[in-house]
Ligand binder design. Structure first.
Ligand code: ANZ
Ligand code: ZN
Length: 882
């Protein structure tokens, strides 16, 4: 029955942890189903990429999830905590090139290793639901969904610009372009237009925006980032007719502006290099053609487009101002994006900084059309067309239109409405809402991903693979060299017949963006083995009650995740609108860095595990030497654990040395979950000592034999005090776990309780009963964090081996919280003059009487008339007298 080791007095985590893990495995403790009368609770941590080994960021993330899961189960919930592997992706291809192994082989080996690491940490995971996203069982659903989205018009194909490495003959991700060159080849990267698949997330832009207001359980910071990413703006689309002095009659152009109030300040029009008018003008203008060609080089990342130097060229075309009829030049400008609005901008250099910089550089006119309504001085009254000035910076100041003819004197709103009216009436423009959000490009020109289920036929075009021919399986046993994709290079895989006409056809050889797999995995966990992506079990578990992961996923993953849930809803697979009601974004794990300078000025980063550090009594580093040679190393800043700074601490080494419980305890104790956690081994040691003390205290208590039942009416003052401490701790820890997610303060409270137990030296029957209650509470309260030790200690306290998650979380006994005697401060006119001790239930007028009678207070009250007595319950009595 008992799994308590023979030599029970010394804490040895190894046998304790394997015994607890064996019990959980044997009893399938964390496998859950839907037939439960308890409320469901779905606790989900972001699934790991199988990179090779767990890092501390994983340990922190999964420990937070595990503590919440175990706590929720102890408080009567039917808790699902699943785990899986985000198994497709670029690192497997890079590793394949380096190690000459197939990406699949490398990935599956990593999964096996990391699974055993997760198991050694003792997470309460329902492993029966595990999957790897790179298996056909998983991605068949993604492929089927995609073909349905194609049929609904929600998946479509269009040309898009990618980074092309001309030497490696491959498409590069934005992060693989470094200073405009391919990361591996060093070749100048080109922009190339190739056909790619997109999901129409923009159809859901407004809903994705509005939905954020229904998510009170998400951090404000994440919601703000999502709002900015969706980037809704209201403006006007205005038509400008175009004239060509050379004689042709070009199409008119449309601009999108959020500032129609500045219309009368337009001195030119800027268009994107890919704008049809630019292409047309370039046909007869070799200099312009060369310039457009030049614009094609460089990165496609928007951040870079924003910051790069403004460059442009006159097209020779003229745009007709829609109000004045004046002609203004049309320029190509490198900062105008073809993919936003209309790809054309009415340039107002007087009031837009980018237009100002551009006008300044090319000598184009600048005109003021907005002014402060209440200029405070001459400087505010005059506008200097040679210096940029932010007239909108001070939102509190009122502005008005000037130099704008009939619109003079109007404010922003007034001008917006007047112009909207006018253009809508004349059919020359209309109100328009624009979103910065773009459709989600899901094609990747890579091998190690889910094949896009499309067949190309000369006669029928792009045809979705019929459902009965799915999955389109990615071959795993391939030779991978890095040049070209094994499926693209394999004619047998590529060639097929058209499902529509039976003619010869070819398969799509691009694969999906790996964000596709991580967009719906949360739903699949609810419905293992379901024939469809999700079955009716989805509605039992969803939405996720608590989602936990890194803040780095605030935008892309969390946006696709919300979008996909809406796709599932519209496919009638789930009923809810949002995938997760609460989100916790945990902070980074950081650590000290150590290095030596190399002769060439570079740094050699040294892992903290190889350094011996000396510290002063405040814990500050006073010196550090390399373990291997005893010679000094330099100390760098405390930074996020990373390969580049070689400051990662290997969780496995820590688990091997201290045990999983100590690692879990430290990662919860060292910082609140949202903040950075600095890893330091002295702190880990401290946690190990605490667990050893807890262990010995329990063993010592148990050695005295079984404690009798507790009789709350027969306790002396010291016994009542310990009992009160026990119940105050229960109250605090429950609130810290359940509501505040403040695990560090929960641990600190249990530590305080254990200090009180250590000081409680009472071998009487009721003394032992009170201590038994305190120790049982401590064990149950710590169980979510250090479940292995608690599993053993529970038995040491005289209970049969049990799943502590099914032992109810301790409850507060209200009578135990009552303080028998209260000490109140007595003040006279706000100054402390003495104290009185009263029973907790003393009526107010009796308290006033006692306060006035307090000898020192009475002395100060002599000769004065009391006017008012203020009683702060439980704390202060202040007598106001004069
Ligand atoms: C005139 C103007 C005057 C503008 C002014 C701004 C300030 P958001 O808020 O992001 O929607 N714009 C429009 N399409 C663009 C494109 N394809 N590439 C680059 N810039 C573009 O920004 C809308 C504003 O960004 C528009 O309003 C337009 O410049 C510019 F004092 O029109 B504005
Ligand atoms: Zn066909």
């Amino acid at each position: 029955m008992s799994a308590v080791p023979e030599n029970a007095s010394a804490y040895d985590p190894r046998p304790v942890e394997s015994a607890a893990q064996k019990f959980w495995d044997d009893t399938r403790a964390f496998e859950v189903g839907e037939a439960s009368d308890k409320p469901k609770y779905y606790c989900l941590s972001m699934l790991p990429y199988p990179s090779g080994a767990l890092h501390m960021g994983h340990v922190r993330n999964y420990t937070i999830g595990d503590v919440i899961s175990r706590y929720k189960r102890m408080t009567g919930h039917n808790v699902l905590q699943p785990m899986g592997w985000d198994a497709f992706g670029l690192p497997a291809e890079n590793a394949a090139i380096k190690n000459r192994t197939a990406p699949a082989k490398w990935t599956y080996a990593n999964i096996d290793h990391m699974r055993s690491q997760l198991k050694s940490l003792g997470y309460a995971i329902d492993w029966s639901r595990e999957f790897a996203t790179c298996t056909p069982d998983y991605y068949v659903h993604e492929q089927r969904m995609f073909t349905r989205l194609m049929r609904k018009g929600l998946a479509y194909r269009k040309n898009a610009v990618v980074n092309w490495d001309p030497v490696d003959q491959t498409v590069l991700a934005n992060e693989q372009v470094i200073d405009g060159r391919g990361w591996r080849s060093g070749a100048l990267v080109e922009k190339r237009e190739i056909p790619q698949w997109f999901l129409r997330i923009t159809d859901y832009a407004q809903e994705l925006l509005d939905g954020l207001d229904q998510l009170p359980g998400w951090p404000e910071a994440v919601k703000t980032m999502q709002r900015n990413w969706i980037g809704r703006s209201e403006g006007l689309e205005i038509r400008f007719d175009v004239v060509d002095p050379a004689g042709t009659a070009p199409e008119p152009l449309h601009v999108f502006t959020t500032r129609p109030d500045t219309l009368m300040g337009v001195t030119f029009v800027s268009i994107a290099g890919e704008h049809p008018l630019a292409l047309k003008a370039a046909a007869s203008n070799p200099a312009l053609a060369a310039f457009l060609e030049e614009l094609k080089h460089g990165s496609v990342s928007e951040a870079e487009l924003e910051t790069q130097e403004k460059r442009g060229m006159d097209t020779g075309l003229k745009a007709v101002h829609p109000v004045t009829g004046e002609q203004v030049p049309v320029w190509v400008a490198n900062f105008v994006l073809m993919g936003y609005g209309t790809g054309a901008v009415m340039a107002v250099p007087g009031h837009d900084q980018r237009d100002f910089e551009f006008a300044h550089k090319y000598g184009l006119p600048v005109m003021q059309v907005i002014a402060l309504k209440d200029p405070k001085n001459e400087d505010e009254r005059t506008y200097d067309p040679a210096a940029w000035r932010d007239w909108y910076g001070d939102k509190a100041r009122e502005l008005e239109l000037v130099n704008s003819g009939e619109f003079d004197g109007l404010d922003y709103r007034g001008a917006f409405e007047a112009l909207a009216e006018r253009f809508e009436r004349k059919g020359q423009g209309q109100r328009r809402v624009n979103y910065r959000l773009r459709d989600w490009g899901v094609s990747r020109q890579r091998y190690w991903g889910c094949p896009i289920p499309v067949i190309y036929c000369q006669a029928c075009g792009a045809v979705p693979v019929p459902e009965d021919q799915l999955p389109v399986v990615l071959p795993e046993d391939v030779a991978f060299s890095g040049t070209g994709s094994p499926i693209k290079n394999d004619p047998a895989w590529r060639t097929t017949t058209c499902p529509d006409c039976g003619g010869p056809a070819e398969r799509e050889t691009d694969t999906f963006d790996t964000f596709m797999e991580s967009s719906w995995y949360y739903a699949r966990y609810t419905s293992p083995k379901a024939r469809e992506m999700v079955d009716k079990r989805g509605n039992y578990w969803l939405p996720v009650d608590q989602y936990i992961g890194g803040i780095e996923h605030a935008i892309l993953h969390l946006m696709y995740f919300r979008f996909y849930h809406k796709l599932l809803r519209d496919a009638r697979m789930v009923d809810s609108d949002e995938p997760a009601t609460n989100l916790l974004t945990q902070g980074m794990v950081i650590a000290e860095t150590y290095y030596r300078d190399n002769a060439d000025g570079s740094k050699d980063w040294i892992n903290p595990a190889d350094v011996d550090v000396r510290r002063d009594d405040k814990g500050r580093i006073t010196g550090a030497t390399l373990h291997a040679d005893g010679q000094p190393v330099k100390t760098g800043p405390v930074e996020k654990m990373s390969k580049s700074k070689n400051n990662g601490v290997d969780p496995q080494a820590m688990v091997d040395k201290y045990g999983a419980d100590t690692v879990r305890l430290f990662s919860m104790f060292a910082a609140p979950p949202e903040q950075s956690l600095e890893w330091n081994e002295a702190g880990v040691d401290g946690m190990a000592r605490f667990l050893r003390r807890l262990w010995t205290q329990v063993q010592k208590h148990a050695a005295e034999g079984a404690a009798p039942g507790l009789d709350a009416t027969a306790l002396d003052a010291a016994q009542k005090t310990l009992r009160r401490k026990t119940h105050e701790t229960i109250e605090k820890v429950g609130d810290d776990y359940g509501r505040r997610h403040s695990f560090n303060t929960a641990i600190a409270s249990v530590m305080e309780l254990m200090n009180a137990v250590a000081k409680f030296d009472d071998a009487s029957a009721q003394g032992r009963a009170v201590r038994q209650e305190a120790l049982e509470a401590a064990v149950l309260l710590l169980n979510p964090i250090t479940p292995h030790a608690c599993h053993a200690l529970w038995q040491a306290l005289g209970h049969p081996e049990a799943l502590l998650e099914d032992v109810p979380f301790p409850r507060v006994a209200p009578d135990a919280l009552v303080r028998e005697a209260l000490v109140l401060a007595v003040q006279v006119n706000g100054k402390l003059r003495g104290t009185i001790e009263v029973a907790a239930d003393t009526p107010r007028d009796r308290i006033e009487e006692l306060a006035r009678a307090e000898p020192n207070a009475a002395k100060y009250l002599e000769g004065l008339t009391p006017r008012k007595v203020i009683v702060v319950p439980g704390k202060i009595v202040n007598i106001v007298a004069g």
